[in-house]
Design a protein around this ligand. Structure first.
Ligand code: BGP
Length: 468
């Protein structure tokens, strides 16, 4: 079987991870500009000041994407480029840059798939409370509306937020991302609720204005599986899926919060402060979501937590290995002897990917799915000057096969975006952890070079994955 003609083969990036030009053309300072410069926060204190200089090289990069045959490019808009202080006056130069990127994509018949928020929050808003604050919600809605108005004549695919669970949990529980707060469970749940409200308000504006196109949100997709059939571990599995998946997917797709979590939070005093109006908004806008974006890297293997510890890290903890207890100490994620892991301890499990998609279909029905990220973080071997990223090819091949299987089973998957189109800054792991089809030579003026996987993906796209 060939993948259907309207299935999009794409690849992704995010503004802070590729653009650089952190203080050029009127761009404001983002929370990541500040956070990454605090000594010890990132691997070798790397930051996105220059990143891979996509800001100045977008034409070359999009040209390479076109050569690869890429059908769609998912990228994000740096909010502080458009509103240097988060709100207030628009920076025209910022709009101009994204107009250029969009036009360059269209020139090459590449569908631009835009993420509005991929974590680089204007620092001015971070200082006013970030996602704990209503001010950020209001400012986001204005930012989203501005982008719809500026780019909505050419952009038909919109993602409001990337991975709420990650930027909120790493921001307020583990402290590994800005604002670097540890163990504030109340703030964590409040921030997630505020993000869902901001999403819902943006969706409603988009729909009311009648733009031609689709809008949705992108979530981490990391379904939990018990390590065995022990009832305590099965309970841990249920609990983990409720807190780490349903809490995020239900308000978007069902318009309500999962009762199990609401009851649990209420008992512990962690329930977000919300209004009836906000809950109505979630309910009213849920059916307006055109799709759900899934970022899938690995599942979670869980068991009951038998230690007194509560969560100290997370998936992105660059120093520790998994084995982290959940924030409430009920379960812990563990590595298993019979599983295969990447060098960074992320399990490679295409079967769990397919199984997870079935679970989603069971719970949420036929909602359209885009796989908005999937890929392998690795240190690619260079042999005689060629980048021989065979493990990446194997990883993507096995996961694309799972996607193909899903489509054959009638799961509504409409596109696949490899992470990442080009080697870029890994938030906490610098440039050492590579993901791209295109190599960036940091010792040679950031020169671009096609990897083995570049040619492989080119072939996959050209044949619409027929041989997979
Ligand atoms: C996702 C993010 C991406 C990207 C990816 C790989 O959570 O949306 O921006 O960074 O993970 O993560 P890492 O670079 O930590 O390996």
């Amino acid at each position: 079987m060939k993948m259907p003609n309207n299935f999009l083969f794409g690849a992704a990036s995010a503004s802070y991870q590729v653009e650089g030009a952190w203080n050029e053309d009127g761009k404001g300072v983002s929370n990541w500009d500040v956070f990454s410069k605090i000594p010890g926060k990132t691997f070798e204190n790397t930051n996105g000041d220059v990143a891979v200089d996509h800001y100045h090289r977008y034409k070359e990069d999009i040209g390479l994407m076109a050569e690869m045959g890429l059908e769609s490019y998912r990228f994000s808009i740096s909010w502080p480029r458009i509103f240097p202080n988060g709100t207030g006056e628009v920076n025209e130069k910022g709009l101009e840059f994204y107009n250029n990127v969009i036009d360059e994509c269209l020139k090459h018949n590449i569908v631009p798939f835009v993420t509005l928020y991929h974590w680089d929050l204007p620092q001015a808003l971070e200082e006013k409370g970030g996602w704990r604050s209503q001010e950020t919600v209001d400012a986001f809605v204005r930012f989203a509306d501005t982008c719809f108005q500026a780019f909505g004549d050419r952009v038909r695919h919109w993602i409001t937020f990337n991975e709420t669970v990650i930027f909120c949990s790493l921001g307020y529980l583990s402290g590994a991302h800005p604002p670097g707060i540890e163990g504030d469970v109340k703030a964590y749940f409040q921030a997630t609720h505020n993000v869902f409200v901001a999403h819902a308000r943006a969706v409603e504006i988009f729909k009311k204005a009648g733009y031609d196109g689709e809008i949705g949100i992108t979530h981490v997709f990391s379904p939990s599986f018990s390590i065995d059939n022990d009832p305590d571990n099965k309970f841990a599995e249920m609990h983990a899926n409720e807190y780490a998946t349903h809490w995020f997917y239900d308000p978007i797709l069902k318009g309500t919060y999962p009762e199990y979590v609401v009851n649990g939070l209420e008992a512990k005093g962690f329930l977000p402060e919300w209004t009836e109006e906000e809950l109505d908004l979630l309910k009213r806008t849920a059916p307006m979501n055109d799709f759900i974006g899934l970022n899938y890297y690995c599942p979670q293997r869980v068991m009951k937590n038998d230690s007194a510890l509560v969560m100290a890290g997370g998936r992105e903890n660059s120093t520790g290995r998994p084995g982290n207890p959940s924030f409430d100490g009920v379960y812990k994620t563990v590595m298993m002897d019979d599983k295969v892991y990447t060098k960074w301890g992320w399990e490679i499990a295409p079967d769990a990917f397919l199984e997870g998609m079935r679970m989603l279909k069971d719970r949420y029905g036929d909602i359209k799915i885009y796989i908005t990220e999937n890929g392998l973080g690795d240190e690619d071997p260079i042999v005689d000057g060629e980048i021989m990223d065979t493990p990446r090819i194997e990883y993507i091949e096995s996961h694309l096969r799972a996607v193909k299987h899903a489509v054959q089973e009638g799961i509504n998957v409409a596109g696949y975006y490899a992470w990442s189109v080009i080697d870029l800054l890994s938030w906490l792991n610098g440039y050492k952890k590579q993901y791209g089809f295109i190599y960036v030579d940091h010792k040679n003026g950031l020169a671009r070079k096609k990897k083995k996987s570049f040619y492989w993906y080119q072939e996959i796209i050209a044949t619409r994955a027929e041989d997979l």
